[in-house]
Write a protein that binds this ligand. Sequence first.
Ligand code: ARG
Length: 261
Amino acid sequence: KTTAGASSALALSGCLGLFGNSDKIVIGSDIPYKPFEYETKEGELVGFDVDIAEAIFAEQMDRDYEFKRTSFDGIMGSLNNGNFRIIMSAMTINETRKESVDFSDPYFTAYQTIAVLEADNITSPEDLAGKNVGVQKGTTGETAAEGLKEDLSGDLEIKSFDQITGAFDALLNNQVSAVINDNTVTASFVNENDGVMFLEGEGEAAAQDENAPPYYTLTVENYGIGFRQDDDEFRQEVNDALAAIREDGTYDEIYNEYFDG
Ligand code: ARG
């Protein structure tokens, strides 16, 4: 039920003006980022963010909305240029980003993880010394890779791809030895591809967070919806709607659909 509306919204994307002449909330997002925002084989836009948007904007706020594709790198500049009203793109809240955008309350917790090929016998981050690692450009995965590179005294080549699928393909094609990326998105890739696994071990996040997944984690992060810094009233409305869907069980229902089976 939720996805049909979003998919026709995607088809309309770009046809409507943003300020004033349309009531529609335009949502900037980099697609695909499965399971948060991606298309089915039939071309229908689905995902956790898409269902959360439906619950917040359509059900709670009674507003029309549409997703608009944009590259992740530069998504904040694009928001600030008025290309869309908000960002929903599995986007991590952090201090650097808060200098240019505001965020909603956190709505999802994620961890940076490392995917490797089973055949490569990489059993610790140190094994990546002298190798290539793939990331999506402009992401916290890229930042985490830079941190790992420092730990390896610079002995790591970071290859940044416009979309995460580029990094995943590079791993399958042996062009990189690892992909650093958000855990649940990498989990969906690992599940769909034989011969790919998470690098095991505790990592840094495990010490900070008892819910950290049981493999090597570099960070703990929270996703937020991104807003322009002059959009406080709307941001508050969205926070209220987010609180309401947490309260009435809708959030849990959506969560379980994508993550708990
Ligand atoms: N959570 C990471 C970040 O904020 C990755 C987000 C990528 N999202 C996407 N839709 N491609 O940097």
